[in-house]
Design a protein around this ligand. Sequence first.
Ligand code: ADE
Length: 420
Amino acid sequence: MPKNYDVKDLKLAKAGTLKMEWAAESMPVLRSIQDKFAKAKPLKGLRVAACLHVTSETGILMQTLKAGGAEVRLTASNPLSTQDSVAAALVKNFGIAVFAINGEDNRTYYRHINQALDVRPQITMDDGADLVSTIHSKRRALLKGIIGGTEETTTGVIRLKSMARNKVLEYPIIAVNDADTKHLFDNRYGTGQSTIDGILRATNVLLAGLNFVIAGYGWCGRGLALRARGMGAKVIVTEIDPIKAIEAVMDGFEVMPMGRAAAIGDVFVTVTGNKGVIRREHFKAMKNGAIVANSGHFNVEIDIPALKALAKSKRRVRDFVDEFTLRGGKKVSLLGEGRLINLAAAEGHPAMVMDMSFANQAMSTLFLRREGKKLAKDVFPVPKKIDEAIARMKLGSMGAKIDVLTADQKKYLTEWQEGT
Ligand code: ADE
């Protein structure tokens, strides 16, 4: 067992190990990387601090890094997403130092981040850029030892690109989120399904026939719209980007501003990566019984202080459901305190899709170890070769085969002379 850790209860370790075994069955790509790492030890001696949702899928990633020879410390990327049983299993049964307790307050959250950083990481692995921002603002002495970092999510990549633009980013970052084998599947099918899963576990509402308002038509919004429609909901999309808005219209959804959707919606979900998307004026316009949730990285997408200010009372009516009674008597329910509902009330994305996301994390860590010192202080994509190799491994694991270009076709694609 590691000397340092902070988890809820080590007695949960058995249940956590079973959860991880279940997840591993659906993560063939990551497992094959793990097997290769275990033989070649390409991460030998590498110190990694990871700030990710502490789930069974993350557990398999941590095992993989350790199999490669890395010394890993794991802390949570959200106070409500930790699966305490997995945290216990990682400590007790896999010797990995975890600092994460579900429901921890903000002070504990940042204490845990600092404890993970005490490993003096050479690589940081973020989901939302909290490690990078803590290092750059409060732990600058660590900077000299860092080779590079990876970032899992859209919101984190936005924060990091803004740091790079402002020339304050002090080490290279691989934007795992931007790999095709990540966002096209994890953000779309993962968020799509797990957000519905979280809302249903929290509320048990019947989606058929409901007006389901989705703020944001990025890959997460697209996936969520697809799945909500599949459950029979009438989907309304709100956007600020005209191109994404056309796409939503042509995908068959109603598009309108939040100012109008607020009065129509039964269920609202924010997936924009921005703040203040549902605000005071929107709460005031909502119907009695409206349900509001967020599946974006931070809970600032919903102006919760505004909701609190409008309310004369609040009560917890079910796990993950806070019912606010506004002055005038109208009730609005907020799910999971506005934290990502797919991880707060459900278990996040299924292992089948996290397989590709975390294969990207593992391979990007290896890439940074080998090439990181040559990279500038900027945000870089996952190398195309890695992205494609992961796609091929996943396809293989699914028993699907694809065609290969003939020599003539290859030539055709590289020449311009041939026309009609
Ligand atoms: N983000 C979304 N779903 C996740 C999961 N199952 N594990 C880790 N991070 C996630």
